[in-house]
Design a binder for this molecule. Structure first.
Ligand SMILES: [Zn+2]
Length: 360
């Protein structure tokens, strides 16, 4: 299924197409702005526009040429979309990386480009960076040029032993081959490596006005993506909740699930539930496939414990505040181990024991 059309950002689109027409679009761009305003969708649109070979007298992207059609299906070999993924082995080959991305791209394409934000452990690791650099050195397969979109680029983390790939990427940003454009996106420009930030031209992507948010929320595919959530049914309510960033609604369910898992782990730990419910809380973190959900739950748990510590300090209860702070350490420890191969259930069970020792 083709991606749902890009909604809004008309002024920005005009600026970008004008820059393309003048042949003055910077080869390395950073689209930054609030989460959920459609930065990656805009980047893909820009990529499609750059590859489009529609007739000169039509607006680009034409949507009809071969390049547009492949791009619209996330299947264009010269429009590569990188985004945070679970970590692969650091010596994973380019084909391992592309297979892994292909799986998620197929899921995103069948959801017409609607997806929830990545979980806390997903990142853009060295194997992906190396693959991108390799692909950038090739000649385009189908179009006249190639475009790389890197979503959530602040998740490109420096890794020990990966300096070669990192430097090659920086060099690529600085002087991309003449037929190559690189579009990074981030909602946290402050978290982006300064060495990356200084090599790209920044473009701010604003919140969407209400009428654009409404247009998107009323699309049947968007509504269907929210079907299994406990978001309010009313379009007006959804528009209000989206607050200019409709993409945030897509992540609302997983955020809520993370909060509820965190709350039940905390209850299990502080002894306010029966032992049977304690087991249930541990089981609810699921198997290794739900690792991302588990780490999100741990992040939510950290926030809860921080609030608990603050509340205790406010009441002058230093003992309870200290217990909460020490519990945060245990959660962070579990968070680190969650990146490995240990099952989330085992980690959760160990964590609940640790926390109950510290909190009681
Ligand atoms: Zn076209």
């Amino acid at each position: 299924m083709p991606l749902i059309p890009l909604v809004g950002h008309h002024a920005l689109r005009q600026q970008l197409t004008d820059a393309i027409a003048r042949d003055s679009l910077p080869a390395s761009l950073l689209l930054h702005g609030p989460r959920g305003v459609g930065k990656q969708r805009l980047a893909l649109w820009l990529g499609q526009t750059l590859l489009c070979t529609g007739p000169d007298n039509t607006a680009r992207p034409c949507g009809a040429c071969e390049n547009c059609r492949f791009a619209g299906l996330l299947a264009h070999p010269d429009l590569r979309w990188f985004f945070p993924r679970p970590r692969l082995e650091s010596d994973a080959s380019a084909s391992d990386v592309l297979d892994d991305l292909a799986e998620e791209l197929a899921a995103r394409a069948s959801a017409e480009g609607l997806y929830a934000p990545p979980s806390g452990t997903e990142g853009i690791y060295v194997a992906s960076v190396r693959t991108l650099v390799q692909l950038a050195s090739r000649t385009p397969a189908l179009a006249k040029r190639k475009v790389f979109v890197v979503g959530d680029a602040e998740r490109m983390v420096p890794q020990e032993g990966a300096e070669f790939a990192a430097n090659a990427f920086l060099k690529l940003l600085e002087e991309p081959p003449a037929d190559t454009a690189i579009i990074l996106t981030t909602s946290e420009p402050g978290a982006l490596l300064p060495t990356i930030r200084s090599r790209v031209v920044s473009v701010r992507v604003p919140l969407l006005p209400e009428r654009d948010v409404r247009e998107l929320i009323e699309m049947p595919k968007f509504a269907a993506a929210l079907d299994d959530t406990d978001l309010p049914r009313s379009v007006n309510e959804r528009v209000r909740l989206a607050a200019g960033a409709p993409g945030t609604l897509l992540g609302a369910q997983s955020r809520r699930e993370a909060m509820s898992t965190a709350a039940s782990l905390l209850q299990a730990a502080d002894g306010s539930v029966a032992p049977a419910d304690r087991v249930k809380a541990v089981m609810s973190v699921g198997n290794s496939r739900s690792r991302g959900l588990f780490t999100d739950a741990l992040d939510a748990l950290t926030t809860m414990l921080r609030e608990r510590a603050r509340g205790a300090l406010g009441r002058g209860d230093a003992g309870a505040a200290l217990a909460a702070v020490r519990s945060i350490d245990a959660v962070q420890e579990a968070r680190l181990r969650a990146n490995g191969n240990v099952s989330p259930q085992l980690l959760a069970s160990h964590l609940v024991r640790e926390l109950s020792g510290r909190l009681s």
